[in-house]
Design a protein around this ligand. Structure first.
Ligand code: HEC
Length: 149
């Protein structure tokens, strides 16, 4: 490959990696992002996407009055490597992360009514941390808010 091609790829990678927290979700629609940057996503960013899917699934379980199941190891939020490692090492991040894990753990053994309340706190935990350390995905996270159960 020519030098300029390498430079363009490098610049693209840098831009996308740095954008993870800053970019509004409305501009980063899925297909483009994935095809441009197959390997550049941090462990924490990938975990976050799974957390999003997990929350979305839990929301559906509650809406269907099914028992809530947890399939992810949410404790990994405390150790997963982040795009900006300093962020995930900050005391704020750790405090929000622990609050989040505590909320996830409350689903165990909870009945339907309790699960509704726990789900609301869960989404609030996502938003609390994001408002403080990573505002970009807030628009997307707001879509997880329940309309009615
Ligand atoms: C303790 C803080 C914290 C909590 C709690 C948290 N997040 Fe995040 N989230 C982050 C940080 C920091 C990033 C940036 C990760 C990176 O780029 O390495 C992120 C990234 C994301 C992203 C973008 C991932 C990507 O594709 O780049 C989404 C979507 C997301 N979070 C959704 C959620 C959802 C949904 C929840 C709750 C179920 C949640 N987050 C809870 C801190 C948090």
């Amino acid at each position: 490959m020519r030098k300029t091609t390498y430079s363009i790829i490098l610049i693209l990678l840098l831009v996308i990696t740095a954008a993870s927290c800053n970019q509004e979700n409305t501009v980063q629609e899925e297909p483009v992002k994935i095809s441009l940057n197959p390997n550049g996503d941090s462990e924490l960013a990938l975990l976050m996407r799974s957390m999003y899917d997990e929350a979305d699934r839990i929301k559906k379980q509650i809406a269907n009055k099914e028992p809530v199941t947890i399939s992810l190891d949410h404790e990994k939020i405390l150790s997963a490597h982040a795009t900006e490692p300093k962020k995930a090492a900050s005391p704020e991040f750790k405090t929000f992360a622990k609050a989040y894990i505590e909320t996830v753990n409350k689903f165990e053994g909870a009945n339907h009514e309790e699960s509704i309340v726990i789900y609301e706190s869960l989404i609030k935990n996502c938003l609390d941390c994001h408002k403080s350390v990573c505002p970009g995905p807030i628009v997307k996270i707001n879509k997880l808010k329940k309309k009615s159960f």
